[in-house]
Structure formats: C-alpha cells, structure tokens
Ligand binder design. Structure first.
Ligand code: CP
Ligand code: NVA
Length: 305
C-alpha cells in the first residue's frame, strides 16, 4: 500500500492487517511513541471537520510527529493554484498528505506529490471512518465474517465505504435508501463483482430485520444543504428509532460516523442507547489512523493475518 484513497484499492489481507495493527497500536501505544519522530503530515481541508482533524493531529503527536492544518481558504488552492502543483510543492516539505476534498479526483492528483496520500473523506468514500467502524465491530463481535450490517438513509460516501469495507472482511451489507437517493450503482456493481454479499432495498424494516448492526449518517451531507427540505421528507421513513432497532438482533449495535442530527436520521433514545457504539467509533478513528500512519509514513509492516 502506498496511499489510502479507498478500501476498494486494498486487498482483504491489507484491510485485516490494518485492523490487526490498529489493535496493537491501541493496546500498546507506548511502543509507537517515536515511530514518526521528525515526520510531518500536511492536512488539507476543503470541508468542515471535528473528528478527522483532531484525531489525525493528536495521532501524529502521539507518534512523535507533527501535523499541519491547511484549510482551503488559507491555501493558494482557493485562489486558483491547481491540486497537482500544490501536491508537488507539499511533497518537497511533508512526509504525507491527508486531505478532505470535494472531488475524489483531486486526491488522485495529490498522489503526484510523491508522498503517501490518505483520504479524510471525499464525495465518494470515507475509508478512515470505516476502518474505525470495523475495529469497533471486532471489539464487540470478534470475527466479522458472516455478520450483517444494515445502512439506512441516503446513498452517500458512507454507504459506499461501508459497502466496500465490510465486504472486504466477509460481512453482508444491506443498504436501504429511498429510490431518490440510491447508493451509486457503479459502487454496488463493483462490490458484487468482487464477490460481496450485498442487499439493496428501499424497505427499511426488511433491511433491519435480524441485522448485527444498524448504521446511519446525516441525510444532508456537506455540500447538499440546498436540498435539505426535500431530503427531510423523502428520508423520514429511514429514521433509526427504537422500533427499527427492535427489528435487529437483540445483540445488535447502533452505529453512526457522527456528526449526528438528533431527531432527523436517528432518535435521541437510540443514539444514547446502551447498544449505541457511536463514541467508540469516534475514539477508534484515532487508533485506526495511527495504524495507517505508521504503516504508510513509518514503514511499519502490517501483521500477517
Ligand atoms: N466522522 C467524521 O469524519 O467526522 P468529522 O466530519 O467531524 O471529521
Ligand atoms: N456523509 C457525510 C459524512 C460526514 C462525516 C458528509 O459527507 O457530510
């Protein structure tokens, strides 16, 4: 692995290896305290962030390195400098680039800088979030093969990443969306072609029945604000409430990448439920990303799985 743009680019062994390394990093953080000493991560943000920014910055600090927060508005990108030129410049200064971008294609351009690039969310996928989610599921369930994760809501970057990432570890992914906001059919096709166990439906109750995990995300992603009213109306049947959670297995967990809009995609009693693992997912961003960083920037091998 040179970059992490999408888990779709990784072999199943690499995803499992990253998860095993994340478990090691979480268990024994002291062992990695100096792994990235003297190294710098440039972090480009074209969109808002709480978790991604803080967990990458704290992660670099805990690994002995340094992180630079580069908001788009303060970069020459906002005045017309290209992503290619920006990458070629940053590649002369930093040891890795993490970027949250509006267009996935710009991550590919950043790879021209000659240093590892990590996707901190694009319009298409959010791989770091799904690594943290898989780590959280492993802590809860152990072996993941054959487990069922149901995503309910808008077909978006989270739906795509979960399809790709969960199928890599042998889970079944059910995606329940209204017909107006489906998951990208090209993503579904590629996951199915790779042997993924996928169910696509517009029926939230059928999708939730006997699942091991119910997952949702905001109905209005960053950049979609003008569609808010229409989305609220069309997505209302997909709200995760106690009734829907009751359809899943008694051991099922509730998951959300956060930020949540309580009362919209999820009710307050579900997000605060004792089977909600949303804050474990948020914590695991830190551990999973430290594994990605020590592997890509520090040359630490993935454990063989
Ligand atoms: N889940 C996630 O990526 O959160 P932020 O938008 O706060 O980074
Ligand atoms: N789908 C959301 C995820 C936020 C972490 C968005 O793109 O805004």
């Amino acid at each position: 692995m040179q970059h992490l743009l999408s888990l779709g680019d990784c072999r199943p062994q690499e995803v499992l290896g990253l998860l095993a390394l994340a478990e090691q990093v979480k268990r024994d953080p002291a062992r990695y305290r100096q792994t990235l000493a003297g190294k710098t991560l440039g972090m480009i943000f074209q969109k808002h962030s709480t978790r991604t920014r803080v967990s990458f910055e704290v992660g670099m600090c805990q690994l002995g390195g340094h992180a630079l927060f580069l908001a788009e508005a303060a970069l020459q990108i906002s005045r017309g400098e290209t992503f290619d030129d920006t990458a070629r410049v940053l590649g002369r200064y930093v040891d890795g680039i993490m970027a949250r971008v509006k267009r996935h294609r710009d991550l590919e351009l950043l790879c021209g800088g000659g240093v590892p690039v990590i996707n901190g969310l694009s319009d298409q996928v959010h791989p770091c979030q799904v690594l943290a989610d898989l780590l959280t599921l492993r802590e809860r369930f152990g072996e993941l093969e054959g487990r069922v994760l149901t995503y309910l809501g808008a077909g978006n970057n989270m739906a795509h990443s979960l399809l790709v990432g969960c199928c890599k570890v042998g889970m079944q992914v059910r995606v329940a969306t209204p017909p107006e906001y489906p998951a990208d059919p090209a993503v579904v096709r590629s996951v199915v072609a790779a042997g993924g166990d996928v169910v696509v439906t517009d029926d939230p109750v059928a999708a939730a029945t006997d699942a091991d995990a119910l997952y949702t995300d905001v109905w209005v992603s960053m950049g979609e604000e003008s569609e808010r009213a229409q989305r609220m109306e069309r997505l209302a049947p997909y709200r995760v409430d106690l009734g829907l959670l009751g359809r899943a297995k008694p051991s099922a967990v509730f998951m959300h990448c956060l930020p949540a809009h309580r009362g919209e995609e999820v009710t307050g009693d579900v997000i605060d439920h004792d089977r909600s693992v949303v804050f474990d997912e948020a914590e695991n961003r830190l551990h999973a990303q430290k594994a990605v960083l020590v592997h890509l920037l520090g040359g630490v091998d993935l454990p063989s799985v």
